[in-house]
Design a protein around this ligand. Structure first.
Ligand code: SF4
Length: 134
């Protein structure tokens, strides 16, 4: 979610210090509409206080603090753009638990564009909140 307007910046608690009591949200951030909807869902859930978006790529890279965050998390909520399930595969390869996963292309057709709609972000966020009991 980008804004050209300057506004107050909301500083979040560090992932490592909050993981135990947080639903950590891990997105694939894929370069298609479904990946970018997933990215904005991560931001929305964080701003709603339903979870805390963290760095999936860092888990894939073997970053020790991020592996620890994935280990300690209250719940790991893994958001995949499409059936390739890249974010889930990162977790499976790292041997970390997945408490809930979603494949956005089940709800929204995958299209090679980065133009996305907030309506899709909100609609799929509601599904996640309900199914994952956030
Ligand atoms: S799950 Fe799909 S959209 Fe996400 S990174 Fe992988 S290929 Fe791209």
């Amino acid at each position: 979610m980008q804004s050209e307007e300057k506004k107050d910046i909301r500083i979040l608690k560090g992932c490592l210090e909050s993981a135990e009591n947080e639903n950590m949200v891990w997105v694939c951030d894929g370069a298609a509409n479904v990946g970018q909807v997933g990215h904005d869902i991560g931001i929305l859930l964080t701003n709603m206080g339903k979870g805390r978006m963290c760095c999936t790529t860092a888990v894939a890279a073997g970053s020790k603090p991020h592996l620890e965050i994935a280990e300690k998390a209250k719940k790991n909520i893994v958001i995949n753009g499409c059936a390739n399930r890249c974010a889930s595969k990162v977790f499976e390869k790292a041997g970390k638990k997945i408490d809930y996963e979603i494949i956005i292309s089940k709800y929204l057709q995958k299209v090679p564009t980065l133009d996305i709609y907030m309506g899709d972000v909100k609609k799929i966020s509601e599904i996640i909140i309900k199914e994952a009991q956030l």
